[in-house]
Design a protein around this ligand. Structure first.
Ligand code: FE2
Ligand code: FE2
Length: 203
């Protein structure tokens, strides 16, 4: 899906469905992280009006997603709990830092591409969850993922388009960098245990 080089292992879905409460808790934290990442990128580039507007719009949507998940947690009497360590996102940021330096590519482009890859993986997993939850007869949680899926697909595109803009419109260069990052992401996904990967439902 999108830029991804490998599909999610089917074991990941089995693991996620085994404990829907844990999935929701982790998902809630991922939405918060997505919102705060977008806001922190916006705050660090205050002179880019279009970028700040796009990222703050995106952050507002992520907060809305967070509240939707929170609502489901409250309805089930589940506490939000502590966030788990996000091995996946940390490994992805490290992989981006190891990409060959390119004077035409500002560091912001790589930050935006990391976010794009996380959105792409989230989107792929939302789709897998929708299919599995429909069969598992969990209509409320199914409806949540059905509702969120189009936003996350749009977020992938937003981050990609912003990266191209920040690279001066050089789409070929950005695509090459995204491909390299997606290759690294495929290795990261292959190297993580299923349990560790639950965090990647959304970055
Ligand atoms: Fe989201
Ligand atoms: Fe998102």
């Amino acid at each position: 899906m999108f830029c991804l080089k490998v599909p999610t292992d089917s074991q990941w879905v089995d693991e996620a469905l085994r404990d829907l409460g844990a999935l929701l808790v982790d998902h809630a934290h991922c939405e918060l992280k997505a919102a705060s990442n977008a806001l922190s990128l916006a705050a660090r580039h205050p002179t880019r009006f279009a970028l700040v507007r796009a990222l703050s719009d995106l952050a507002r949507e992520e907060v809305d997603h967070f509240q939707q998940v929170l609502h489901l947690l409250e309805a089930r009497g589940l506490p939000l709990g502590e966030p788990r360590t996000d091995t996946y996102a940390a490994a992805l940021r490290y992989a981006a830092s190891r990409l060959p330096r390119d004077a035409a590519i500002p560091a912001l482009v790589d930050r935006l591409l990391v976010a794009a890859v996380i959105e792409a993986r989230s989107c792929e997993r939302f789709k897998l969850l929708m299919t599995a939850l429909e069969a598992a007869d969990a209509p409320e949680i199914f409806a949540l993922y059905q509702d969120l899926f189009p936003s996350e697909a749009r977020h992938y595109r937003t981050f990609y388009d912003l990266a191209v803009e920040e690279a001066g419109g050089d789409e070929a260069r950005v695509r090459g960098r995204l491909d390299a990052l997606a290759e690294a992401e495929a290795r990261i996904v292959a190297g993580l245990a299923t349990e560790e990967q639950r965090s990647t439902v959304h970055g």
